[in-house]
Ligand binder design. Structure first.
Ligand SMILES: Nc1ncnc2c1ncn2[C@@H]1O[C@H](COP(=O)(O)OP(=O)(O)O)[C@@H](O)[C@H]1O
Ligand SMILES: [Mg+2]
Length: 354
């Protein structure tokens, strides 16, 4: 039996192109594409019999976004609850495609896209995570922070990604400060590519209360290690349970997401410390073990300012878009080549070959 891939993605998306290139580089047949637009619009979908079906992100596609969140400015913040309901419905349609073998577990993908569930799963498995609570309003946020004696937290929309609506919040001695990339424009909260600080309490309340209806996951602020005064974390990709690729992301503010001005840093700041590096890899392998049905995961893992502690901020189901990044073993396989190899090796093993 030859290996035949299919991909759920968006036509023209970079992820689809990179995966396709990795498949063709192994001399395998052109992967067929199942469009997220068709999945979400309820149109007929299918894939060749026996295909191994990779589920990837819809990407930054306005048409899919409108099907997921409803019509509106794709740059607006919010709508996470509608997005999630439509997305999980789409996943169920994908899981029902007859005759294919899924390379991702749709239930696991759904957990990874709910920061509250994902955090709970990691915590139960003993993976280090910052302590957390859910909140439904600004007042509840303040109440629960006060109960715990926490002055600094990260407020995250439960179904957010790419730092959309994430707020780094602190309250000291009657003063508040909220740092976020969300900004009001004509009465609509939108993602900007710039972090800004809000220091008036009514403004912060309006911001948090606008985000709250989609569900908020609040974590204690984990003091991150820094390079030249700039906090960093790592994105580690695991393939078949093993950490295979890692980048250091050095932030311009409390968030390190690359589109907010974060930059790739020198991995040696972590890798040259064997005990710390082992802790990072163990946390990521532990996180991946919570999602055994997922061929790849993208773990956002933070290193503490003490250069000892580590904590996982989130696990991304579609966190493998790191173009041109070679693997940790030095074989110069990118994240896509690594996954194609893992599938081929796994298939060979299942068929009793070496
Ligand atoms: N508890 C935390 N303490 C400190 N920094 C955090 C915490 N949680 C997240 N961050 C920072 O904020 C960024 C965005 O958070 P993350 O959970 O990855 O959400 P997103 O899905 O928006 O990327 C992370 O990359 C990390 O640098
Ligand atoms: Mg992240």
């Amino acid at each position: 039996m030859t290996v035949r891939f299919a991909v759920v993605g968006t036509p023209g998306d970079r992820r689809v192109a990179l995966f396709r290139a990795a498949v063709l580089a192994r001399g395998l047949a052109e992967p067929s594409l199942v469009s997220w637009r068709d999945v979400l619009a309820g149109r007929e979908i299918g894939a060749p019999a026996g295909a191994l079906l990779r589920i990837d992100s819809p990407g930054e596609d306005a048409e899919s976004d409108a099907l997921l969140r409803g019509p509106g400015d794709p740059a607006r913040v919010g709508g996470g609850a509608s997005w999630y309901a439509a997305f999980t419905k789409g996943l169920a349609r994908v899981a029902a495609i007859p005759g294919v073998e899924l390379l991702g577990d749709v239930g696991e993908i759904a957990v990874m896209f709910d920061k509250r569930s994902c955090h709970a799963v990691l915590d139960r498995a003993g993976v280090p995570v910052p302590p957390a609570f859910p909140a439904g309003s600004y007042d509840e946020l303040r109440e629960r922070m006060a109960e715990r004696g926490w002055a600094r937290v990260f407020v995250k929309p439960a179904h957010g990604s790419s730092a959309s609506g994430v707020v780094a919040f602190q309250a000291h001695a009657g003063r508040v400060k909220a740092v976020t990339s969300a900004a009001w424009l004509d009465g609509v909260l939108r993602n900007s590519l710039k972090l800004r600080a809000y220091e008036d309490e009514e403004g912060v309340r309006a911001l948090v209360d606008a985000l709250a209806p989609d569900g908020l996951h609040v974590e204690r602020w984990f003091p991150k290690a820094s390079i030249d005064g700039r906090a960093y974390d790592l994105r580690v990709v695991t393939v078949a349970g093993t950490p295979t690729h890692a980048v250091v992301r050095v932030g311009r503010g409390p968030m390190t997401n690359l589109h907010l001005g974060g930059e790739r840093g020198d991995l040696d700041v972590v890798r040259s410390r064997p005990a710390l590096w082992t802790r990072v890899l163990d946390a990521c392998a532990g996180a991946a073990a919570c999602f055994p049905g997922s061929l790849a995961t993208g773990v956002d893992v933070m290193v503490g300012a003490d250069l000892r502690s580590v904590a996982v901020a989130e696990v991304n189901a579609f966190g493998d878009l790191l173009p041109g990044l070679g693997d940790l073993s030095g074989n110069e396989r990118d994240t896509y080549a690594e996954q194609v190899k893992a599938v081929i090796d796994g298939h060979a093993r299942r068929r009793g070959q070496p």
